[in-house]
Design a protein around this ligand. Structure first.
Ligand code: HEM
Length: 225
């Protein structure tokens, strides 16, 4: 089977969703670990941001790969739903989800909310157009982009922290089902190891929730900054 035919099939679309999902999860973990340097102070976070900026054209390559991965993940998800519907042209008379979790049933809603959050987040911290404190573009004493000042001022504004809190809970739900489901698609989860593998998604989701939420909440509480 050619790659084109495989990707058009349901298994191909699911595999694409799983592979792009892994890349996105790796990005979110790496991004969180980088951001946690906010606890080390302004110098650490601003030096890290300046190092990323200094990648120049490579940073643009990474951004484009990330954007392409995000779009491929969405397109694959739409394709899986379409193929599943085509496989059952007559809708169930009465649809009842059985043996499934809240996270699994709401993957579409959580996915759309994460897309909206990603757009808002880039407008907030990368482009600065929805920066509530107006600190975007300020420089620190070393003449670097003051990412630390911008993050602190942003999360001291409670509506911003509220938006991030909801988004991180939604991300947690999405990853909790998505990561376990990915392992199943890739054939790593088998009857013998199913119970262990089913815990991978929720464990990863809680790790991301605690790490990501700790930042806006501790800043709003005045513990950092
Ligand atoms: C509380 C959690 C988060 C914090 C504190 C945070 C912080 C930041 C900061 C400071 C930037 C701008 C970096 C700079 O200007 O140098 C940024 C950019 C970005 N963040 Fe986050 N982030 C968080 C969660 C997330 C999540 C969950 C995602 C993915 C769904 C995400 C995706 C991105 C993307 C795509 C960019 C743009 C990167 C670029 O400049 O090309 N972030 N984030």
């Amino acid at each position: 089977m050619s790659i084109g035919t495989t990707l058009k099939s349901s298994i191909g679309a699911k595999a694409l969703m799983a592979v792009t999902g892994i890349i996105l999860v790796l990005f979110v973990i790496g991004h969180m670990l980088g951001n946690l340097q906010v606890y080390l102070g302004a110098d650490a976070l601003n030096a890290y941001a300046a190092k990323l900026q200094s990648l120049g054209p490579l940073l643009w390559v990474i951004r484009l790969v990330l954007l392409g991965t995000f779009l491929a993940h969405i397109i694959a998800a739409i394709r899986v739903v379409k193929l599943n519907r085509a496989a059952r042209p007559v809708a169930y008379h009465q649809q009842k989800d059985q043996a499934t979790t809240f996270a699994a049933r709401t993957m579409w809603v959580s996915g759309v909310l994460i897309l909206l959050f990603a757009i808002y987040h880039v407008l907030h911290l990368t482009v600065g157009v929805v920066d509530p404190a107006g600190t975007y573009g300020a420089l620190d004493s070393e003449g670097r982009h003051d990412v630390y000042g911008m993050v602190i001022a942003g999360f001291q504004h409670w509506p911003t922290t509220a938006i991030y809190t909801v988004a991180m809970v939604v991300l947690c739900l999405h990853v909790s089902h998505g990561a376990s489901s990915m392992l199943q698609t890739l054939g790593l989860r088998r009857p013998g190891n199913a119970s262990g593998f089913d815990k991978v998604g929720p464990a990863l989701a809680i790790f991301l929730l605690i790490g990501n939420l700790s930042m806006p909440l501790s800043i709003l509480a005045g513990l950092v900054g």
